[in-house]
Design a protein. Structure first.
Length: 148
């Protein structure tokens, strides 16, 4: 089931109503290592793909299990161009890199954050969608360690 089907839980208050110091009980900060994915869903997919290749100069990547046009950046992050709804019920998505996706999902669920029922995977990474308190869809991404 895709996370976009889940609505935010009433337990999540807006940032105006709650500061981090308002939290009670033990707080475990998730170990986010960076932003490694950005994607857009657009009816102008062909035009956007051409722009990313020809104007931005990014090279296309082929990753089994990815239905979007995927581009790799020199820093190891990637950018995807998909059709509307090709990334679920969102037109934009950001992916946060984590070392242990199962632990990160447990932390989101403990904070009453709506999360996909299952972790998805392609030939490059494992990922899961969640809906943050701003109502937007985001991803957690786990990539296997690269050999030294």
């Amino acid at each position: 089931m895709f996370c976009s089907m889940i609505t935010p839980q009433p337990a999540i208050r807006s940032a105006r109503d709650r500061r981090p110091s308002d939290q009670t009980g033990p707080v475990t900060a998730m170990n986010v290592r960076g932003i490694v994915f950005a994607g857009t869903g657009t009816g102008a997919r062909y035009e956007m793909t051409g722009f990313v290749q020809d104007v931005l100069g990014l090279g296309r990547a082929t990753v089994a299990g990815v239905e979007a046009d995927l581009f790799d950046l020199p820093d190891g992050s990637s950018f995807a161009v998909a059709w509307p709804d090709g990334m679920g019920a969102t037109s934009r998505s950001l992916g946060f890199l984590v070392e242990d996706i199962e632990q990160a999902v447990r932390e989101l669920r403990a904070a009453a954050v709506p999360v996909d029922d299952e972790i998805s995977a392609n030939s490059r990474e494992r990922y899961v969608h969640f809906r943050a308190p701003d109502g937007q869809l985001y991803e957690l991404v786990e990539r296997p360690a690269r050999p030294s």
